[in-house]
Design a protein around this ligand. Sequence first.
Ligand SMILES: N[C@@H](CCC(=O)N[C@@H](CS)C(=O)NCC(=O)O)C(=O)O
Length: 200
Amino acid sequence: MKLYFSAASPYARKARVVAIEAGLAAKVEMVEINPWTDPAGYRDLNPVGKVPTLVSDDGTVLFESTIVCQYLATQAPASGLLPDGAARWQALRLDAIATGMLDASVNARVETLFHEGDKLSQKFVDRQVWSVNTALDLLEREASALDGKVTLGQIGVGCALAYRDFRFAADDWRKGRPKLAAWFAKFAERPSMQQTRPPA
Ligand SMILES: N[C@@H](CCC(=O)N[C@@H](CS)C(=O)NCC(=O)O)C(=O)O
């Protein structure tokens, strides 16, 4: 398998962490790219030019981090990363909260970086910040769901929180959210998280 990623992408980080946690690291060739430079031919694989993209051993090309992560997890069922039954929906629910938070974080950053002149939509940015905060508050309320065996849900949440630290450190998401902060402090120590830290 081949996984196209960029070192700073939190979406690609999810897939990289899953590959490591699933015990598949040796089977996944990591290909680092910068999607913003539009490498030649990359859009033949992924029409929207984003990372991550996974090319499976049978040549199937998958994108959207949630789908890539689920594919990797199903290659290593014994890992328990995508459990069966009710636990699966709990894992996917956590991942959905994390993905919503990540999307809102990235939207706010992209609007701030790419706006032209005075055209920054503060209203749009404020709406993203609101989404991030409500997602963080929900995770704090449901922090007990993060305990137990690692699933795609915890990985999604861990990568989304790490992205807040990476790009929005001044916002201090930990304030008023002690349970989430305590959970993340431990999760961030996992070798899979340490090995995929974004560049300084
Ligand atoms: N919904 C996508 C989002 C992926 C995404 O936005 N990746 C960013 C890097 S963090 C990217 O490749 N951006 C390049 C672009 O938008 O052209 C996923 O979950 O995979």
